[in-house]
Design a binder for this molecule. Structure first.
Ligand code: CTP
Ligand code: MG
Length: 226
């Protein structure tokens, strides 16, 4: 399997977790009904259990957003991609050909983009069929990845507080990986992807996370650029 395929598959697999973790920041803003998940309480060491950065709104909003992404993947992958592939491969080739020749229309753009998010694209890349569980998503997987991401993020904050770190202080490694590890672990009750996908996720997420956070900081969504 080439590197591009591996990276695309990894993103496709982990996308709901990224969405949940990233959008928790957006949902966590604002003060209405925004209760901290630890209810402001301290642990036995006298420090906050999770801290003020982990709110109910962020948690529920993130899970909802990630689950919706899982739904969107399912619709685009299962419905549009497979449908096109099974029932209209000739139409598809025709549209692709016109597109390549420069005859681009709104319809061909919509179709091509939905295909880009579908198993069809991976099939084109020669991805083995044994792997189709990765590329055929499901709402359940989306929910478990999202929930796991936010529980992992919570566990990360719990560890940071036990290490006497103030809310928002950087914990390199932990900040970037807590949510992916949580997502992989929880969703593993439903589906475990091949090891190379997991390794790619662990290797690439820190860079993706950092880029996303610097962007969030620049857009004034986040208080710290990490
Ligand atoms: N957030 C939230 N609820 C969550 C997770 C995140 O409201 N369950 C929001 C908070 O506004 C938080 C921001 O997203 O400040 C950034 O999240 P993160 O970097 O994970 O939290 P920190 O504030 O840095 O806190 P910690 O030191 O515990 O990581
Ligand atoms: Mg942080």
């Amino acid at each position: 399997m080439n590197a591009l395929t591996l990276i695309l598959l990894m993103f496709w697999y982990i996308l709901p977790a990224y969405a949940a973790n990233g959008l928790a920041v957006v949902f966590g803003r604002g003060s209405r009904l925004n209760i901290p998940l630890d209810l402001g309480k301290n642990f036995i060491d006298g420090r906050r259990i999770f801290g003020a950065g982990k709110t109910l709104r962020g948690f529920l909003g993130g899970i909802l957003a990630g689950t919706l992404v899982g739904f969107a993947q399912t619709i685009s992958g299962n419905t549009i991609g497979i449908f096109m592939l099974r029932f209209s491969p000739v139409t598809l080739q025709f549209i692709l050909m016109l597109h390549v020749l420069g005859f681009q229309s709104l319809i061909s753009l919509i179709i091509l983009n939905s295909l880009l998010l579908s198993p069809f694209y991976f099939a084109l890349l020669g991805y083995p069929l044994t792997i189709k569980e990765v590329i055929i998503p499901s709402p359940v997987k989306g929910f478990l990845l999202s929930m796991g991401a936010l529980v992992g993020d919570l566990a990360g904050s719990f560890i940071k507080r036990r290490l006497k770190m103030e809310r928002g202080k950087p914990a390199p490694g932990l900040d970037q990986l807590d949510f992916v590890i949580g997502a992989i672990l929880l969703s593993s009750i439903f589906y475990v992807p091949p090891i190379e996908i997991l390794v790619t996720a662990l290797l690439l997420t820190p860079a993706v996370h950092l880029t996303a956070n610097i962007t969030g900081y620049a857009l004034n969504l986040k208080k710290e650029p990490w």
